[in-house]
Ligand binder design. Structure first.
Ligand SMILES: [Zn+2]
Length: 231
């Protein structure tokens, strides 16, 4: 009897050990586990909602980067010359921007996060600033700014930072050459970086008026763009 009992015990231990060793590993390497391996990041294109173990193969290539939030460059937004209008002052060329009403000294805000790509005097603009917004592949342009007041001249800016102030009549670049426009902000948004465009010609990066209709060379309707990128 003793021999049989001992044999039974041995067989039981052997079976238990054997069973444990043969328990298959799941895809996560857990013996006897039931993980489902796949991409567990809901932001990836190949996200698998049933996966319980991340296999490290998430794919993000086809995802558009989240676009930035934009605000208007002035607190009060009233358009005195619209985008795309032909101009009597400029040989019927089209306005590549919106002219926004504002008294001299009105603060002008960065419309989104970005990097100053130009800040200096420029022809008929007085002081001019451009900000590149690489996340959205556009740049914003602000003309007729005040030279004598504070202004940001370089570096990164955040949406809502004051970058400059609207110029007085005697520093807005009109220089007596054109009828007195009165203080205002010339505000434009264009596809790409300002460095993508030449210094001269109809396609120049700072053109205020263009012979071809502005949307054909990358200028965007500022109000439409901001409304499409605001919360
Ligand atoms: Zn203008």
């Amino acid at each position: 009897m003793g021999v049989i009992r001992n044999f039974s015990l041995l067989l039981f231990v052997e079976l238990a050990f054997w069973g444990c060793e043969e328990e298959p590993e799941d895809c996560a390497g857990v013996a006897g586990g039931d993980n489902i391996c796949g991409c567990t990041d809901s932001k990836a294109t190949n996200y698998d909602s049933t996966a319980t173990f991340d296999d490290g193969n998430c794919n993000y290539e086809d995802i558009e980067p989240p676009s930035s939030i934009y605000r208007y460059p002035l607190d009060e937004y009233s358009i005195i010359q619209d985008f795309g209008n032909p101009s009597n002052d400029f040989n019927q060329k089209y306005h590549s921007a919106e002219d926004l009403y504002g008294t001299a000294g009105t603060p002008v805000y960065a419309v989104a996060n970005g990097e100053i790509s130009y800040s200096g005097t420029m022809g008929g603009y007085g002081w001019l600033i451009t900000i590149d917004h690489p996340e959205d592949d556009v740049y914003s342009l602000y003309g007729h700014l005040s030279s004598k007041r504070d202004k940001v001249t370089e570096g990164e800016v955040q949406m809502g930072n004051i970058i400059a102030y609207i110029a007085d009549d005697d520093e807005d670049g009109s220089g007596g050459e054109y009828p007195d426009w009165g203080p205002h902000l010339h505000f434009a948004i264009r596809q790409g970086s300002r460095y993508d465009y030449p210094e001269n010609g109809d396609n120049r990066w700072m053109a205020g008026y263009t012979y071809v209709y502005p949307t054909e060379i990358g200028w965007l309707d500022p109000t439409d763009f901001i409304e499409g990128h605001s919360q």
